[in-house]
Design a binder for this molecule. Structure first.
Ligand SMILES: NC(=O)c1ccc[n+]([C@@H]2O[C@H](COP(=O)([O-])OP(=O)(O)OC[C@H]3O[C@@H](n4cnc5c(N)ncnc54)[C@H](OP(=O)(O)O)[C@@H]3O)[C@@H](O)[C@H]2O)c1
Length: 283
């Protein structure tokens, strides 16, 4: 298959570049300079010239804090550009794999969240990602949405890299201990996505959860990062009420991955096992 990856300078996009070196498929990696997904004509021209059969959309506006004040840009990339992609997919009969976030949920109970659980995003990033999902849900093309969470990788900025930097400076670090969620090593998400492509079952369900198995909170996550990286520094647990932020995040965002495991026959390792592999390879 001829596969276009958008937003390929981001965390997930770079991970795709890294993981597909021995794939049978032909990949076309584009960043915003090569292909701006807010321009429908650019997408249409690109997929026509390169005879694209599947789009993996890694492009997004992902700054959760800034999305509260820069709603216009969040709308442009997370909603309007998704509409562009969907329209092109429909016109050219192209399939699409799109990524979204657990922040579309916001569960009030302590049960793992499956794909049919209550949708109720509490911040504007989550709202914009949900609006993008809705366009895909209504689409006539074979497209799926993978909702992931707490993504980290060797690339770009993410929580794990930030904590390592702070820890190595010996800073005293205050970390929230009352928000629970599931870390995702981008390598595992990309491998799972490649399995989905091979299975050719993009028409079964629209939405899938994916993260590593198990769950943690930001404080315990940080402690585990430092234990594995052998960093000793002062980590202080704080509750989210005493942490100044303009953005509301869900308290218990633990997702149920049964659907993706069952349909695509994928095994998912625990978050701490994946983190250990990441830390071993992180310089
Ligand atoms: N990171 C997380 O913790 C997390 C959690 C849950 C879900 N997700 C979802 O997972 C997906 C991948 O996230 P990520 O962490 O890899 O994001 P990322 O590192 O921010 O990468 C997104 C990429 O999209 C590019 N982009 C922005 N506007 C574009 C445009 N108009 N046309 C083409 N490219 C554009 C960005 O370029 P610039 O940097 O130059 O703007 C960036 O390279 C996203 O859908 C995100 O919502 C992420």
């Amino acid at each position: 298959m001829r596969i276009l990856v958008t937003g390929s300078n981001g965390q997930l996009g770079q991970q795709f570049k890294n993981n597909v070196y021995n794939s049978d498929h032909e990949f076309f990696f584009t960043d915003e300079n090569d292909l701006d997904i807010t321009e429908k004509k650019e997408i249409l021209d690109y997929v026509t010239i390169y005879k694209i059969e599947l789009i993996i959309n890694c492009a997004a506006y992902t700054n959760v804090n800034d999305a509260e004040t820069n709603k216009r840009q969040a709308i442009k990339v997370n909603i309007d550009a998704v509409r562009n992609l969907v329209e092109v997919c429909e016109e050219k009969k192209i399939k699409m794999i799109h990524f979204s976030t657990d922040y579309v949920y916001n569960s009030n109970n302590l049960n793992p969240i499956n794909e049919d659980s209550n949708i109720n995003p509490t911040n504007y990033y989550g709202i914009s990602k949900r609006e993008g999902e809705k366009i895909i849900e209504k689409s006539a093309s074979d497209s799926i949405i993978i909702r992931t969470s707490w993504l980290y990788s060797m690339y770009g900025n993410n929580f794990v890299k930030t904590m390592i930097k702070k820890g190595e400076k010996g800073e005293k670090i205050y970390v929230i201990n009352d928000q629970f969620g599931c870390p995702t090593y981008s390598k595992d998400l990309v491998d799972c996505t490649l399995n989905i492509i091979i299975s050719n079952k993009l028409n079964k369900y629209r939405v899938y959860n994916f993260s590593n198995e198990g769950y943690t909170n930001w404080y315990d996550f940080t402690k585990k990062i430092f234990e594995l990286k052998k960093i000793s520094c002062d980590v202080v647990p704080v509750d989210s009420n005493s942490y100044e932020t303009t953005v509301t995040r869900p308290k218990f965002s633990v997702t149920d991955k049964s659907r993706i495991k069952d349909i695509f026959n994928v095994k998912i390792r625990r978050w701490d096992e994946a983190l250990e592999e990441f830390i071993v390879n992180y310089q």
